[in-house]
Design a protein around this ligand. Structure first.
Ligand SMILES: *[C@@H]1O[C@H](CO)[C@@H](O)[C@H](O)[C@H]1NC(C)=O
Ligand SMILES: *[C@@H]1O[C@H](CO)[C@@H](O)[C@H](O)[C@H]1NC(C)=O
Ligand SMILES: *[C@@H]1O[C@H](CO)[C@@H](O)[C@H](O)[C@H]1NC(C)=O
Ligand SMILES: *[C@@H]1O[C@H](CO)[C@@H](O)[C@H](O)[C@H]1NC(C)=O
Length: 285
């Protein structure tokens, strides 16, 4: 979970925040226009993060929106005393669920303020959400039907003169990192069958389950030595594609073998010939 969280938070800090900021500024400006007539583009937007995802804090600077994302007049804050003037308040689900943080239901909610529910976890890990009915205005998640789509990663074009060397492969054919192994998950069933067809000296398995931990620093270089990486999601859920694809496979330069949503969903994010889907074949053999 730790490693996963760190990946999540680093993603949170970069590409994805951009989607969020540009989207919310556009939406806020247009909704302001709808409700109260034309609003000058000089309008400032304050986005308040009520608590940090998984308790991992980053330093926010006043100029972040402009300096990092080139979005003027938007301010990302984590100081709760700014509640009354916030245009958007962001609540990351995990801390609400675990009780580390609470919704400020006792405070008067400014009429134009939007509450945003954020989670990058599949439904199974979000548990029972019925207590949150009619409290939030927007959702933000890896799901494409969220108000703000926040994928775990995305392709960006390389700089024209950038060069890329495919990492050298060694005797490792296929690699898998698995922490929370459950025998009855689909990924475990597929792995068990795969093992029958691949000599065990060609498979490397790491993580908490086989008690072969890989430090965050060693992760990519270890996977890089293998031709294929098993980017098997722990939960097969709508649009749920995680760092197992983006970081563990693609960033390491190993071909992802994916188990998760259907192939056409992956193809919305990466080229069709850049991965192998478990469902491409009628049998594991
Ligand atoms: C946000 O949702 C709440 C609860 O449904 C609603 O009362 C409020 O008017 C909404 N606010 C905006 C700005 O849309
Ligand atoms: C979810 O929680 C609500 C309220 O606490 C309860 O009424 C409902 O039965 C729960 N649903 C499930 C599926 O557990
Ligand atoms: C790549 O291009 C950029 C700008 O176009 C230049 O600053 C940089 O030095 C180039 N790098 C290499 C390795 O040629
Ligand atoms: C897997 O096992 C757990 C408990 O061991 C059980 O709660 C769950 O329903 C099982 N899932 C499936 C898909 O069989």
């Amino acid at each position: 979970m730790k490693k996963h969280n760190r990946a999540l938070c680093c993603l949170f800090g970069f590409v994805l925040l951009y989607n969020f900021l540009s989207w919310s500024k556009t939406m806020l400006l247009s909704s302001q226009t709808e409700t109260s007539g034309p609003k000058s583009p000089e309008y400032n937007i304050t986005i308040l993060l009520w608590h940090w995802p998984f308790g991992v804090r980053y330093r926010l600077e006043r100029g972040d929106c402009m300096d990092k994302y080139e979005i003027p007049r938007c301010f990302l804050e984590d100081n709760r005393s700014l509640f009354a003037q916030a245009d958007v308040v962001v609540f990351h689900h995990n801390e609400l669920w675990t009780g580390h943080s609470k919704l400020p239901l006792q405070l008067t909610r400014p009429p134009t303020q939007k509450w945003l529910w954020l989670s990058l976890e599949p439904p199974m890990n979000n548990h029972n959400l019925s207590n949150y009915n009619s409290l939030f205005n927007w959702t933000m998640s890896y799901r494409r039907d969220a108000d703000i789509f926040m994928p775990y990663g995305e392709l960006v074009s390389k700089r024209s003169n950038a060069t890329y060397t495919i990492p050298m492969k060694s005797e490792c054919l296929v690699c898998w990192v698995v922490n929370k192994y459950k025998a009855n998950q689909s990924r475990s069933l597929v792995f068990k069958q795969l093992k029958k067809h691949i000599p065990s000296k060609l498979i490397e398995v790491y993580g908490r389950w086989p008690k072969r931990l890989l430090s965050n620093k060693k992760l990519l270089s270890t996977i890089s030595r293998c031709y294929f990486y098993l980017a098997f999601e722990n939960s097969v859920s709508t649009d749920y594609i995680t760092e197992k694809l983006w970081r563990n496979s693609l960033q390491a330069g190993s071909v992802p073998v994916v188990l998760g949503p259907p192939r056409n969903i992956y193809e919305l994010s990466i080229p069709p010939e850049s991965f192998i889907h478990v469902n491409d074949f009628s049998s594991i053999k």
